[in-house]
Design a protein around this ligand. Structure first.
Ligand code: HEM
Ligand SMILES: [Cu+2]
Length: 547
């Protein structure tokens, strides 16, 4: 293990990296290098996240007082719609796959690039064109349908820019489909010699599962949104009962995509956590194949539960019962993962670096999100809390406490590989702590509010709900500080961060064997794999012998 014996003073930036192989705007915008494309995505989704975050803060400000003193009701409707649309379709769905996945997946399997580098670049352009459509709708007045675009509200009653917004999401969906295809083919065809399926890092398994879901589910969303545009544009009755259509059909089609899509959003996070926990516990992952197969199981079962979003939409009690039962089953593979991560940490020698802090936060927050999903999946409880703040709290625990936290964990973990420099540890730990406190302060009160009966999507509320809403708004400001901090110290680290070296965490993955930042073709020699993915026990022994 030569990497472990290099003295810190000997660390230098490698001469030939993907960042300095060519210069100029064109070399970025026409690049076929998966690492540069990952950076293009990183910048785009960070901007979208800032936009979505601003909308959220504006909403929380309105909700500080029971009266509607800051915005009119329809402005408020637009705020939550644009927040949801941008966060889901332009941040969460692309976040881990298109940035971290794009960057590390080929390296993890010992490949030079993705299977189709040009399609990879095209995906980014398609994504940005979709964003232009949706943002044009936002700039020219916005939409107030909610991110779910329920009909006949979206097709009949609203005079906002639904068509442009929906087309934008449909176009961006193709970027998802192409990225998924690219990952699937890459994983099948481009693995280095010796990289068998059961030596694949679990991040690759999770990306594989998510790619299958992306390829199979996203077309349904595309068709659904196209039909909304057709109904609005040409008055052909599809979802609108006045024209002979069926609004519940819309909900079926929308959730047939959007429930699997919640797994598009969380599975990559599972993958990140499965890399970080063994590395900072210095232990082999507990139950490798259980973790790998549970990703695939989530991919499959995720398709069978969509109507749990429709318990009160007028579906028959019998089908609601079946969907309720199936929803309980889909929680099992997630629970398996939580057990396995915990078992991996058990008796490990745990290092509390920033990525690990985020990973531990993830386990706790995701568990709360998942368990409250089971409350919602039980029919009787859901009838009581559906469309209340309980649902809002549930999905923010999984999407922010889970996915966003996992994204931050992964970004810190691979930052030295991406940039060649370490992020500064003290502010990073501080921001992780602030994020954790701010997050819980924002969203925990919402469980209580929802249980007490406060409905979602209103800009006014009865005065008895104010105390909890003030807590939530206070939490949102703390959370905003925690989330803005990384943007500053990450940028700072580009110039002043400590030089990282190939493998600052003594991690086992192939991506850590090449230089940081890697050369354009990733490896100077194709790596040959002879070991399982998480052989931390023998690595530690070897380092002790050498050092
Ligand atoms: C552990 C398994 C899970 C179960 C059993 C579950 C169950 C549910 C149920 C029954 C609802 C509908 C509540 C209602 O509208 O009355 C719901 C809503 C939601 N869940 Fe989950 N959930 C789970 C995991 C997740 C994950 C992993 C995510 C995202 C990463 C997620 C995101 C959402 C979203 C976005 C909504 C709200 C959709 C909306 O109405 O706007 N859930 N969940
Ligand atoms: Cu669902």
């Amino acid at each position: 293990m030569s990497t472990a014996t290099v003295a810190p003073a000997a660390l230098e930036m490698p001469a030939d990296t993907y960042l300095n192989s060519s210069f100029g705007i064109k070399s970025w915008f026409l690049t076929k290098d998966h690492k540069r494309i990952a950076m293009l995505y990183l910048v785009s989704i960070t901007l979208f996240f800032l936009f979505g975050g601003t909308m959220a803060i504006l909403m929380r400000l309105e909700l500080l007082t029971p009266a509607g003193d800051l915005f009119q009701s329809d402005t408020y409707n637009k705020l939550f719609s644009m927040h949801g649309i941008v966060m889901v379709f332009f941040f969460l769905v692309p976040s881990i796959p298109a940035t971290i996945g794009n960057f590390v997946l080929p390296m993890m399997i010992g490949a030079r690039d993705l299977a189709f580098p040009k399609i990879n670049l095209a995906s980014w352009y398609i994504f940005m064109i979709g964003a232009c459509f949706t943002f044009s709708a936002i700039i020219s007045g916005g939409v107030d349908t909610g991110w779910t675009f329920y009909t006949p509200l979206s097709t009949q009653y609203l005079n906002t820019h639904v068509i442009a917004a929906a087309l934008g999401i449909m176009i961006a969906g193709f970027a998802s489909i192409f990225t998924g295809l690219n990952f699937i083919v890459t994983t099948h065809r481009m693995r280095a010699p010796g990289m068998t399926w059961f030596r694949l890092p679990l991040f690759v398994w999770s990306q594989y599962a998510v790619s299958v879901v992306m390829v199979l589910a996203t077309p349904v969303l595309a068709i659904t949104l196209l039909l909304v545009a057709v109904e609005r544009g040409f008055h052909i009755g599809i979802f609108n009962p006045q024209l002979g259509g069926d609004p519940v059909l819309f909900q079926h089609m929308f959730w047939f995509y959007s429930h699997p899509a919640v797994y598009i959003m969380i599975l990559p996070g599972f993958g990140v956590i499965s890399e970080i926990i063994p590395c900072f516990s210095r232990k082999r992952i507990f139950g490798y194949s259980a973790v790998a197969f549970s990703s695939m199981a989530i991919g499959v079962f995720g398709f069978l539960v969509w109507a749990h979003h429709m318990f009160v939409a007028g579906i028959s009690t019998y089908s609601a019962l079946v969907f309720s039962l199936l929803s309980f089953i889909v929680a099992i593979p997630s629970a398996i993962k939580v057990f396995n991560w915990t078992a991996t940490m058990y008796k490990g020698s745990i290092h509390f670096d920033t990525p690990m802090l985020y990973a531990i936060a993830f386990i706790g927050l995701f568990t709360i999100g998942g368990l409250t999903g089971l409350f919602l999946a039980s029919l009787g409880v859901d009838v009581h809390v559906t469309a209340t703040y309980f649902v809002v709290a549930h999905f923010h625990y999984v999407m922010v406490g889970g996915m966003l936290v996992a994204y931050l964990a992964g970004l810190h973990f691979w930052w030295p590989k991406m940039t060649g420099r370490m992020y500064p540890e003290p502010p990073a730990k501080l921001s992780a702590l602030i994020t954790f406190i701010g997050f819980n302060l924002t969203f925990f009160p919402q469980f209580v509010l929802g249980y007490m009966g406060m409905p979602r999507r209103y800009h006014v509320y009865p005065p008895e709900f104010q105390v909890l809403n003030v807590l939530s708004t206070a939490g949102a400001s703390v959370l905003a500080v925690g989330l803005l901090m990384p943007m500053f110290y990450m940028l700072w680290s580009l110039k002043y961060g400590e030089i990282a070296g190939n493998n600052p965490y003594r991690a086992t993955g192939l991506e850590w064997q090449t230089t940081s930042p890697p050369p354009t073709h990733n490896f100077h020699e194709t790596p040959i794999v002879t070991q399982e993915a998480y052989d931390y026990e023998s690595l530690t022994e070897e380092v002790e012998v050498v050092g």
